[in-house]
Design a protein around this ligand. Structure first.
Ligand code: SF4
Ligand code: SF4
Length: 406
């Protein structure tokens, strides 16, 4: 089918109005390559690179085209034939794939971040001379990373018998940027009767790596993460990052190279839960039992659906139930809440101008609600929303939903 429905939903097409931006064009070109009529050129690399993997096209495609799989497979083939390139090779294989090295480089950056101009509070922005990356705002790296603050085991609070034994997956953004959020999630889980285990040898989930086509490093990280939780005898593995939860769940979909990997990745997937679904569906905390933190009383909040939550995991009701259950907080739905914020992982590094244009539509939605707070469940979205709220001189604060809860 070549109906073109995807063009109505694709945030990149909506900005560029180019056939190569949208699923239909990308599908056609990849098909040409498979038929031997088109080479893997630099132009082709740009075309398959310019996709947020937001899956809005796939969710609305009458033929149920899985463009995410086409794009990831095309990127993987490019990597196989042309290599990763020096920068990605270093970033993915030497830094992100090695937990200790990642921590070491993050600490180094943390030491030198005083050189970055401060926008407000703990928010930094890139100096003007880094023109290529634009003047983007981002939260400062934490003084003490989560990995240096957590204990290996947390018992349920108030002498409760453990309802579940939960492995906590921290994710990189929570480790280096939002450690207090990681501690908050652990606190919430233990308050609600969970025993929480935080294995020291967990690694990056691998999202940025395997979505860029480096399936080999993706498999290595999948194997390391599976090993880290293997003998812990946990009922579930929970994370507060929507990208991490969907990435860990999707190892079986994107990565297997043989039947053994398929079986192991599928088994691992069964234990993964995003914090939103774990709290509502498994822990069965009733929305009316959530208690709003004093500082948010009387405020109005709106919810941004991370692509990795709403389309990759079909989770949309649980976070809304929590926000609507918080007495003292007014909830307003924003127009197009499920529209991508424009981040798309490394997409925002290579196409920052497009990211800002796409985010502008998200900002219009937020403004229309008159909300004081934008709430979400993905640290990646939080960083991009914060950047664009500040760029557009908007008054809203950006929070993870668990930051609102006592
Ligand atoms: S990818 Fe789906 S929505 Fe887009 S043109 Fe093809 S069939 Fe239509
Ligand atoms: S995944 Fe998103 S950005 Fe990529 S083609 Fe589909 S709608 Fe466009």
């Amino acid at each position: 089918m070549k109906c073109g429905f995807c063009s109505f939903f694709c945030p990149v097409y909506q900005e560029e109005k180019m056939e190569t931006s949208v699923a239909r064009g990308k599908n056609y070109l990849v098909k040409q390559v498979l038929a031997g009529k088109q080479e893997w050129t630099h132009e082709m690399a740009d075309i398959v690179g310019k996709c947020l993997l937001c899956k809005r096209c796939a969710a609305n495609c009458p033929a149920k085209t899985q463009i995410d799989r086409v794009v990831v497979a095309a990127r993987a083939q490019m990597v196989k034939e042309k290599g990763l390139g020096a920068i990605k090779n270093f970033a993915f294989r030497k830094v992100m794939a090695d937990r200790k090295a990642f921590g070491k480089y993050a600490r180094l950056l943390q030491k030198f971040q005083w050189m970055m101009p401060t926008t407000e509070g703990k928010i930094k922005h890139l100096p003007d001379f880094v023109k290529g990356l634009g003047k983007r705002n981002f939260p400062a790296l934490a003084k003490t990373f989560l990995r240096d603050q957590v204990k290996p085991v947390y018992k349920p609070q108030n002498g409760q018998e453990p309802k579940f034994r939960v492995g906590f997956f921290t994710g990189c953004a929570m480790d280096f940027v939002y450690p207090e959020l990681g501690l908050k999630i652990i606190d919430f889980l233990t308050k609600n009767g969970c025993e929480v285990i935080v294995p020291e040898d967990q690694n990056c989930c691998g999202a940025a790596i395997y979505f860029s086509g480096d399936l080999e490093t993706g498999r290595m990280l999948a194997d390391l993460n599976i090993k880290a939780y293997k003998d812990l005898n946990v009922d579930y593995i929970v994370t507060g990052c929507a990208t991490c939860s969907s990435t860990l769940k999707d190892y079986a979909k994107y990565l297997p190279d043989n039947e053994d990997q398929q079986a192991r990745y599928s088994e691992f997937e069964k234990k993964i839960k995003d914090s939103t679904e774990f709290i509502i569906d498994i822990l069965k905390v009733k929305p009316e039992d959530f208690k709003l933190k004093k500082e948010f009383e009387g405020k109005t909040a709106t919810w941004h659906d991370p692509c990795h939550l709403v389309r990759y995991q079909n989770i949309k009701d649980q976070p809304r139930a929590i926000l609507k259950g918080l007495k003292g907080l007014k909830y307003v739905e924003m127009p197009n809440a499920d529209m991508c914020c424009g981040m798309g992982g490394s997409f925002s590094v290579y196409h920052y101008d497009l990211t800002k244009k796409i985010a502008l539509k998200k900002m219009d939605g937020i403004k229309a609600t008159g909300a004081d707070i934008v709430v979400t469940a993905c640290p990646g979205c939080m960083i991009n929303l914060l950047d664009n709220v500040l760029l557009n001189k908007m008054p809203q604060k950006v929070h993870h939903f668990l930051e609102l809860v006592e």
